[in-house]
Design a protein around this ligand. Structure first.
Ligand code: SF4
Length: 142
């Protein structure tokens, strides 16, 4: 069975910044077709759960209280890439709008819930390494 990377929060793991999960029935149902590998880049980067939310500001990731967490975000993304390559994954299903997992749209760094064009840190890294990324709203394109 083909293995794919999946944002752990979409599979019901309570790893989001607010300590909650965001389960998606459609994503969970992918287990009939794929071996799902749950990952959370932010946890793998060493961040605790719950944690203070962060947004991408330019080439940095800044927590809402002003702390720079760029290093942790990149570290977590590298860990996920390693897992993907070790498992021969060529696809990932990632949670939309997240500063790690978002694809196409992310928050603009002002904490006003304003979306702009862009990818999360993990999504960018996977795409650069030829791993296709689908948000949970794009399952039909898998
Ligand atoms: S980093 Fe990704 S997997 Fe982890 S909580 Fe955020 S959206 Fe979910």
């Amino acid at each position: 069975m083909e293995k794919i990377i999946v944002s752990a929060c979409l599979l019901g793991v309570p790893c989001r910044y607010d300590g909650k999960s965001k389960p998606s029935e459609e994503v969970i149902a992918l287990k009939e077709k794929y071996e799902l590998i749950p990952v959370c880049a932010e946890v793998l980067g060493g961040l605790s759960t719950p944690r203070i939310g962060a947004e991408i500001v330019g080439d940095k990731v800044i927590r809402q209280d002003g702390v720079d967490v760029t290093y942790e975000y990149h570290k977590g993304a590298s860990e996920v890439l390693k897992i993907a390559l070790e498992n021969g994954c060529t696809k990932a299903v990632l949670k939309s709008k997240s500063p790690s997992c978002g694809k196409g749209k992310i928050y603009d760094g002002t904490y006003t819930r304003t979306l702009i064009d862009g990818n999360g840190i993990l999504t960018d890294l996977l795409l650069k390494n030829n791993i296709k990324v689908y948000s949970e709203t794009e399952i039909d394109k898998l």
